[in-house]
Design a protein around this ligand. Structure first.
Ligand code: MN
Length: 391
């Protein structure tokens, strides 16, 4: 039934697409990496005032805003999907069908999904261990950036999460693309239904400063209101930063830092709810490590070089090899960069970049990709898959 839902969603989508293509292209053509840099430099330049504003708005600082108001039930003229309690896979089908038809999920349902997700997420450690059952697999996906039909394509090609079909989405679910809200609702609802079969890492775009600039804030305010924005931003702060697969593969959104001898134990000890680690002024070792997890990029260099992004660093093959050896790991999987072929292996095959938003921003011609990690006879093996879909 779920396959049928996705097929019919695609048919309706293709028919509508030609009318929206041009509008989409115009809307996103000004956005590129330069904007990320401007955002980070602006924040650094504005100093304490800007940071205090950010801190005041952080749900982990003393709240200066009132709590989100109570949301009443959907009114009788509401034509969007109704959800059951507790959530089940039929709700996922309803959401996919409704979102494909351009319908909106009522705020009472949306906030319920986000709040449940955050409660669940807060119980997770900063570094989450995943153990894939024998003969099972884990699909690792990169940036989605609000491209709903790339997300649907991933499920169309792999099926939904199950006891032998795990998923890890490696950050940057929102911003730039038009459907960050819809992408989040599907991912969060799946996590609530199957907490052991789907995992989510935080990306550098799961953050208020980025969302102010790259479209997600405008999207949420257009579809909902500032209360919903607060609820969603709060959920971002609860996302884990790193996943480790079978003690062998480490997955983060960005990459490594200039700090040496970083152990998994040190990463596990990070208190990700301490917002000073994200906004604080002094450059501590822990801050550099966290910033790198969200922002850094691998390059064909030796050692460390300054990043053009204004945050994180560029790191070479020797840094990757040293980190993996120090922690007895085999492979590093990360995302964060658009790749023409959807994925690329670097650093003597010790590192993979995977990116899952095809035709990125409607103006690139890149593939989307995912990595399938199969657990068989006690061994892990990776296969790489690519696709293209217009949003
Ligand atoms: Mn990113």
């Amino acid at each position: 039934m779920q396959a049928t839902v996705i097929q019919s969603a695609f048919r309706g989508h293709q028919a509508r697409k030609k009318f929206t293509d041009r509008a989409f292209e115009v809307a996103w053509q000004e956005l590129d990496v330069d904007d990320e840099r401007q955002t980070m430099y602006k924040d650094a330049a504005c100093g304490d005032v800007q940071r205090q504003l950010n801190d005041a708005r952080s749900p982990f600082a003393k709240r200066t805003r009132s709590s989100p108001r109570h949301r009443g039930p959907a009114p009788s003229d509401y034509d969007g999907p109704h959800l059951s309690s507790p959530l089940c896979m039929d709700d996922i089908s309803r959401l996919i069908q409704a979102f494909s038809d351009g319908k909106r999920l009522h705020a009472s349902y949306a906030s319920r999904i986000v709040n449940s997700f955050e409660s669940l997420c807060r119980t997770l450690p900063t570094v989450v261990d995943i153990h894939i059952p024998e003969d099972g697999r884990l699909i690792v996906c990169g940036d989605i950036h609000g491209q709903f039909f790339d997300l649907l394509t991933i499920f169309r090609l792999n099926g939904f999460p199950s006891e032998t079909n795990y998923f890890l989405f490696n950050g940057d679910f929102v911003d730039r693309g038009p459907n960050g809200v819809e992408v989040l609702m599907i991912l969060y609802a799946l996590k609530i239904i199957y907490p052991r079969y789907i995992y989510l890492n935080r990306g550098n775009h799961e953050e208020r400063r980025m969302n102010e600039r790259f479209g997600f804030e405008r999207e949420v305010l257009r579809k909902y209101d500032t209360d919903m924005l607060d609820v969603i931003e709060s959920s971002f702060n609860a996302l884990p930063l790193v996943h480790v697969i079978e003690n062998r593969i480490i997955v983060m959104h960005g990459g490594l830092s200039a700090e040496r001898d970083v152990s998994l134990a040190e990463l596990r000890a990070i208190d990700r709810f301490d917002m000073q680690l994200f906004y604080g002024r002094e450059r501590t070792r822990q801050q550099n490590i966290i910033e790198a997890l969200l922002w850094s990029d691998p390059r064909n260099i030796e050692g460390i070089s300054e990043s053009h992004r204004g945050a994180g660093v560029e790191f070479g093959a020797d840094i990757t090899a040293e980190f993996l050896k120090y922690n007895n790991l085999e492979l590093l999987i990360r995302s964060h960069e658009m790749i023409e072929d959807g994925y690329v292996r670097l650093h003597k095959d010790k590192l993979v970049t995977v990116f899952s938003a095809s035709y990125y921003c409607g103006k690139n011609h890149n593939f989307g990709a995912f990595v399938s990690v199969v657990h068989n006879a006690g061994r892990l093996s990776q296969t790489y898959h690519t696709y293209k879909v217009c949003n």
